[in-house]
Each structure stands twice: as structure tokens, then as C-alpha cells.
Design a protein around this ligand. Sequence first.
Ligand SMILES: Nc1nc2c(ncn2[C@@H]2O[C@H](COP(=O)(O)OP(=O)(O)OP(=O)(O)O)[C@@H](O)[C@H]2O)c(=O)[nH]1
Ligand SMILES: [Mg+2]
Length: 355
Amino acid sequence: MKFLDEAKIFLKSGDGGNGCVAFRREKFIEFGGPNGGDGGRGGDVWVEAVDGLNTLIDYRYQQHFKAERGHHGMGSDRSGAKGQDTVLRVPVGTQVLDDDKETVLADLTEVGQRVRLLKGGDGGFGNAHFKTSTNRAPRRADPGWPGEERWVWLRLKLIADAGLVGLPNAGKSTFLAATSAARPKIADYPFTTLHPNLGVVRVDDHEFVLADIPGLIEGAHEGAGLGDRFLGHVERCGVLLHLVDGTQEDVAEAYRVVRGELAAYGGGLAAKPEIVGLNKTDALDAETLAARLKALKAAAGRKAKVVALSGATGGGVQEVLRLLWTRIAESRPAPAAEEQPAPADITPWAPTDSD
Ligand SMILES: Nc1nc2c(ncn2[C@@H]2O[C@H](COP(=O)(O)OP(=O)(O)OP(=O)(O)O)[C@@H](O)[C@H]2O)c(=O)[nH]1
Ligand SMILES: [Mg+2]
């Protein structure tokens, strides 16, 4: 199963600025000639792959992108300035597709790569441009040429950064729903989740992709329950969030069952950094909570970090997200900072490609 993050957006490049009708007016100069300047070119729309983004979440909130219109020409032969370009910053791996969702307009595979999607309209000529030997006072100036506009799709193949594991009913989907815009099915029976769900989680100024997969049970590696066939979706995660339902008697056993299945699955899952969450703590009194937390800590050993939380009320959730982010940041390859030129927001307009 492939996970895709998609967004449909509307783009428009800037219209050209209008040309100007003006005449030279100066004392003692009769019949000053035409001096209306040309309009400026409209801004272009670019797309650029940048470092530090890994989802298209920003394009859910803003869907219309317009570049600035070229400035109008003015008297005294002043031409209008070029309109500002608009640069869409997208994660590496983003493809830009046409409205039909098939034609690939741009495929951004490395940081810093930028592609012009729409060109701004040309500016109109001012009346100085229309001066001829027979018409020395032309009143004609052209309006700017319109910019281009189109709908495009942005598409990014998502890879989960963090994976939720646990027994059925541990509250995995509730956690995903509480921390992202994903709306997985949640219910009070095992195997509510039949397919993996992904959500984009924001914590502080970072964002990462969290995968919720169906619950594991004892013998999953032999096909019990839904088996371990969805574990492949968390194989490439940097960290696992292992949720244990705190309302059950033996939290340590619940923890061990899932660890056993992760180890049996192989693929390095058992060796992945793990955050252990004692979940549903809102339903526990202080004494039970302390006892179960202690039992779970003993089972998890020193290596794993154990946190008490409640996906339903949100208690402890921020702490868990920060811990997850820390592990994810550690697991991501360090960006090769020296190699990348600082991405400038605007590319200077090169007159050579302005045909
Ligand atoms: N009191 C309490 N109940 C919770 C909490 N989180 C989840 N639940 C309840 O636990 C039940 C199971 O929640 P789900 O999120 O569907 O659990 P799951 O781990 O996704 O279950 P599967 O998809 O079957 O593996 C639901 O009835 C939830 O309302 C919590 O923090 N506190
Ligand atoms: Mg679920």
C-alpha cells in the first residue's frame, strides 16, 4: 500500500503592467514628444524543493497562489518594475502534476531544484514605443498581457517517521486522531483498525508522519489476528510508539507480547528506538497508575522511555510527541549543510529567457 500526500492548488502568474500614455512637458519646449514607459513583466510562479519539509500540509490551508502583477509604466520614459515572483516551497520528492493528475510537470528530486511553472505576462508598450515619422504624438499604449493560470496537483509519497504499535484496543487510533488531522475509526473492540492510517503530526515547529497500524496479538508472526503483515509499514520509521492499555491488569505481559511479535517479525523492528506509553491513564486512580507504571517500567527495562498518557484527554501527549520528535531527528540523516547554497526567495529575472 502506498501512502500519498496530495494537494490541489491554483496558480496564477502576474499580469503584465500597462503601458503609459504621456508627453514631455517642459517650459519653452513646444510639442514635447511621447514619453510613456512600458509596463513591467508580471511575476512568475516557481516551485522549489527545500530542506526541512516532509509533508504537503501547508497546501491544505492555502490553495491559491498568485504572483504579483507587473507595475505600470509611467511618464518620463519610466518603465514599470517587474512583479514579484511567487515561490512554492515543497519537500524533496514532490511531483507537480497537471489537472488530469497524470502529466508530470515537474519532479523535484533534490534540495534547491526549482522549476518555473508559470511565466508572468509581458508588460504593455507605452506610447513612446509607437512614435513614427508620421505619427509623432501617438495616443496608443498597450495594456499588459495577462498572466497564465492553471490548477495543478502536488503529490508526495509519504514515509512514516513514527509507528504506533500495541495490542488491539490499546488506543492507537485514538492517539493518531488526537494528534493529527487523520480520522481513523475508533471503537471499543479489538481489530477496529483494518488498514494502516497515516497522519501528519505537528509538535513545536516540526512535523512528522505517524502511522497507525492494526493491533498485534500473540502469534501475529504466525498469522494470528491480522498477523504481522502491516508491520512493513513501520519498518522504515525512526521510532516506535508502543502503547499499552493501562486499564488492563497485567500491563507488563501486554508489553512483552508485542515485543515478542516485533522480535519475531525481524527487520530490525525490535532494535528500533521505542517510546512506551501507558495509555488511558484518565481511567485510573493514582494508586493503580503508580503500580502499573512501575510494572511497565520494570518490563520495558532501562533502554525504553516509559511515559503515562491519555489519548482521550490529552494528558502527557505533548511530552510523548516531543520524545518522538527527538528520536526522529536523531534518526534522520544530518543535512549536508555546506553543500547547499542558501535558497534565495526570489530568482533575479534574467532578460535572456524572457522571449
Ligand atoms: N478512557 C480512555 N479510553 C480510551 C483512551 N484511548 C482510547 N480509548 C478507548 O479505547 C477503545 C479503543 O481505542 P482505539 O483507538 O480504537 O484502539 P486501537 O489501539 O486503535 O485498537 P485496534 O484498532 O483495534 O488495534 C475505544 O473505545 C477508545 O474510546 C484513553 O486515553 N482513555
Ligand atoms: Mg485502531
